[in-house]
Design a protein around this ligand. Structure first.
Ligand code: GLY
Length: 298
């Protein structure tokens, strides 16, 4: 499918969607916010950051407020932005900030670095004027508590727990046909403190290049191993985005990676797909909103 000009696509994570209505509403708010900016001639980067910020502020998504907690009960978050021209900024294991995506953008615009982590990232956020903010929710605490009671590995949950992921992301194409991507994640409940997922690893969960841009969701470790984002965008050099994503995900399926992604190719072709039973996503093109909070039990 092709968008004629502007467009934005967002995902609210792959895995199991517990509350489809809430996911659909949250995605619609994010898409409308991003698309409104595109209509006002904003750059794709502004649109994706605004859309992801909306989802970070919505506790139903696993990012910002509502993030999954580490084994020791902390919300360590990952986020990244990237433009088609190769500009990138990311934060990983950042704590006590309301919107990691805004900090990631500052890494891109205000530093010579690409990726900042842990205390350094949090200190940088304070220097940039982001106030201390506790993103922990009761629901996230209960998820961790349940995991502990289920007696899973004390170091890492079993793969079945991955089905409750909910990383968010947005990819947009603006009126100058420029692409940008933003991704934000609260990681996996019960992971080891200091664990970094795919979201802020360039080429893994977040990637943009001259041929396209994608945001990934799912199990971070295989996504990083496969460099899934770069794999999909590289395939767009010679293939339409939808085929590129299908092929990248076929390889992910072959490797039993639980994941999904959304994106655009450089000509505005929309692409999306997942290897998990569900992925919540939607897009806005031609002033029309399309929402998919799928239920494909496999
Ligand atoms: N995709 C998010 C994570 O694995 O942390």
């Amino acid at each position: 499918m092709r968008s004629s000009a502007l467009g934005i696509i967002c995902h609210g994570g792959s895995g199991v969607i517990k509350d489809r209505q809430a996911a659909a509403q949250g995605l619609a708010q994010a898409l409308e916010q991003g698309y409104r900016l595109l209509r006002q001639s904003a750059r794709a980067l502004d649109a994706v950051v605004a859309a992801v910020k909306v989802m970070e502020d919505n506790p139903i998504f696993n990012c910002g407020t509502g993030s999954n907690l580490t084994l020791d009960g902390k919300a360590e978050m990952d986020a990244a932005v990237m433009t088609q021209k190769g500009r990138f900024g990311g934060v990983c294991c950042i704590t006590d900030v309301r919107n990691p995506i805004l900090v990631a953008r500052k890494v891109m615009t205000e530093t010579d670095h690409l990726l900042m982590c842990g205390e350094g990232a949090t200190d940088f956020a304070r220097k940039m004027g982001f106030e201390k903010h506790d993103v922990t929710t009761e629901r996230a605490q209960k998820r961790l508590e349940r995991l502990r009671q289920e007696g899973n590995s004390p170091y890492f949950p079993g793969l079945e727990k991955m089905m409750k992921l909910g990383t968010v992301g947005a990819v947009a194409i603006d009126k100058h046909s420029q692409l940008a991507v933003a991704t934000s994640s609260g990681g996996i409940t019960g992971r080891l403190p200091g664990r970094v997922g795919d979201t802020a690893v360039i080429g893994a969960g977040t990637y943009a290049g001259p041929s396209g841009a994608v945001s990934c969701t799912g199990h971070g470790e295989p996504i990083m191993r496969m460099m899934l984002g770069k794999d999909a965008v590289d395939r767009m050099k010679t293939l339409p985005g939808s085929i590129a994503v299908t092929l990248a995900l076929s390889e992910a399926r072959r490797q039993k990676a639980l994941c999904g992604m959304v994106g655009f190719d450089a000509r505005g072709g929309i692409c999306f797909g997942h290897t998990t039973p569900d992925m919540s996503y939607g897009y806005m093109v031609g002033d029309r909103l399309f929402l998919f909070t799928e239920d494909k039990k496999k």
